[in-house]
Design a protein around this ligand. Structure first.
Ligand code: SF4
Length: 347
């Protein structure tokens, strides 16, 4: 199968089997392609759909996103995880408003200089929204090309990545780039999945892994690493009005800009932590340990419910980065998943 045959097979297959009704496939423009690509980076399509719809309804244009409060943006991202994506999108929207008159640029070099936009996202924006030649290499396309080209190794290794990009570039057409890019993503998402449906694959006659009967060897697995474990307690402090104390994390770092419960390292430190914050404990209840996993460590945490002898009015030092949050009348705040879960339990 030569390059042209590959492209034609992919394009013909997508006419019948490609996905055509995803929310970012209607009214296609650079902004919607960008938002959908960023959301899809670490998250399944079915999870992304409601987030995408809500996000686009609230921030329908780049300028709406650029002028929004970061707290608002993080609120609309709550539950999607990897919050650096939302912070980078906000920064990029502001840069695009200032440097590119509110229009995302079409050149790869300009796109990859914007926060949070990598080579594959840049390729998707250029090929789908601007219909210009560009390769993409997202998770789905990596899987298709590693198998089709018989490219060994974990795609996170630079030598393997280089080889995959070489193949992605070589296979990309100079016309119908939007259809081809979408078709490759669709093939990876619906046919060349973890357990692929090779008999219905339009490029099986040229696929190296299929011909060798070694599909499960491609792409190579990520080398296993034992993640370290960190521990902490989340202090769910309620005042006499039933409001819960939240503190905002600094913008840089884990859960940057998100609102979270005060923390302490050990259960034995709770009393002194509360004293330090100016509260007198009335009752406390320690719940079972839970785990939240990040890409580079596990966080084992205890949610601890605390009734403090305090009225809603008082907050030590009147700090801007802490507030009493009323779960019955919730404000729009960005929160990490463990906080959302704990509030669900409280309800
Ligand atoms: S033949 Fe199978 S393994 Fe090869 S690209 Fe098609 S679905 Fe993927």
């Amino acid at each position: 199968m030569n390059t042209e045959e590959f492209q034609n097979a992919i394009l013909n297959w997508s006419q019948i089997h490609g996905r055509k009704d995803l929310p970012w496939q209607t009214n296609i423009n650079a902004y919607s392609v960008w938002i959908s690509e960023i959301m899809l980076q670490q998250t399944q399509v079915q999870t992304v759909i409601p987030y995408f719809k809500r996000f686009m309804a609230r921030f329908p244009t780049i300028s709406a996103l650029a002028t929004a409060d970061i707290n608002d943006v993080l609120h609309y991202w709550t539950g999607l995880g990897y919050y650096a994506r939302a912070r980078n999108m906000h920064k990029t929207a502001q840069l695009v408003s200032n440097k590119f008159s509110g229009q995302l640029p079409s050149m790869i070099e300009d796109l990859i200089n914007l926060p949070g936009i990598g080579r594959s996202t840049a390729g998707a924006i250029r090929s789908i929204a601007f219909k210009k030649p560009a390769a993409i290499l997202d998770g789905n396309v990596k899987r298709v090309l590693a198998r089709y080209g018989g490219i060994k190794g974990w795609p996170g290794h630079s030598a393997t990545s280089k080889e995959l990009w070489g193949l992605a570039e070589a296979m990309s057409p100079s016309s119908q780039t939007d259809l081809y890019t979408q078709a490759m993503m669709d093939l990876g998402a619906t046919v060349c999945t973890k357990n692929p449906d090779c008999k219905n694959c339009p490029v099986k006659s040229g696929c190296a892994a299929f011909k060798k009967g070694e599909i499960q060897s491609y792409p190579g697995k990520k080398p296993k690493k034992v993640l370290p474990i960190r521990r902490c307690c989340f202090l769910v402090i309620s005042n006499n009005c039933g409001e819960i104390l939240l503190q905002q994390n600094p913008l840089m770092g884990i859960w940057g800009g998100l609102w979270m419960f005060p923390q302490c390292e050990e259960i034995s430190m709770i009393n002194s932590k509360c004293e330090f914050m100016g509260f007198k404990l009335s009752t406390k209840k320690i719940l079972a340990q839970r785990r939240h996993s990040f890409s580079h460590f596990h966080l084992d945490y205890y949610p601890i419910y605390i009734r403090a002898e305090i009225s809603g009015a008082h907050l030590k030092n009147d700090r801007q980065d802490q507030l009493w949050y009323d779960p019955k009348n919730p404000k729009e705040l960005g929160m990490p998943k463990p906080a959302v879960k704990i509030f669900e339990d409280l309800r």
